[in-house]
Design a protein around this ligand. Sequence first.
Ligand code: PXP
Length: 237
Amino acid sequence: MPKLGVNIDHVATLRQARGGIEPDPIEAVLVCEKAGCDSIVAHLREDRRHINDRDVIELRKRIDTRFNLEMSINPEIVDIAQRIGPDQVTLVPEKRQELTTEGGLSVIKYEKKLVRITELFREKGIDVSVFIGTDKEEIRAAIYIGIGTIEIHTGEYSLAQDKKSMDREFKKIKSAAEYAMSKGLIVNAGHGLNYTNVKRIADIKGMNELNIGHSIISRAVFTGLYSAVKEMKALCS
Ligand code: PXP
């Protein structure tokens, strides 16, 4: 039964729509944790389009479960993350124009930087995860540089328009997850997972955690955040 990490970026997105103080991401943390989530995910983007510097300070103080800070490998953000001290960082690629994280981070391309950054976080006792695609070369590179956790990008699976392509993407995720687990990695997954497509991913044996944001916050508009998290948590079991 995988754990559930709830990404609360969209609560901050709504707040930023009016530039005020509501809805408050901290209030979301309290509700998500009460409903049984296992961690809180927030992405401090370089352009601060939703979560901001003050949020990450407050989140660190108020999260009782685990704080998983999603972030790019930009030096300014790395510096902030070291000072904040989340329980975990999830390293992602970041493009200014994208609406959401579009792909995995290439461990092969950024190997040298990742070795240095991983070491910095390790010294502070912060777990490091990289958000990657299903390419086994990338998984091998993550193992090679000593990264203990990966999060497999489920975006292509989530966007699949028909059963055939969904099955194809699912097979890639399952095979990558099983390969990584066989090599001793902790495997998480996320991006685009929702109430109808999550079950198959949750059923992959040994899956550690699913990180889900958009679908939960969307459902919360109609059912309330507590029910939305409870329902997703039940689907992960
Ligand atoms: N995991 C990672 C690494 C992400 O970048 C995101 C999007 O911020 C998510 C999970 C959650 O994706 P979604 O909001 O589509 O559930």
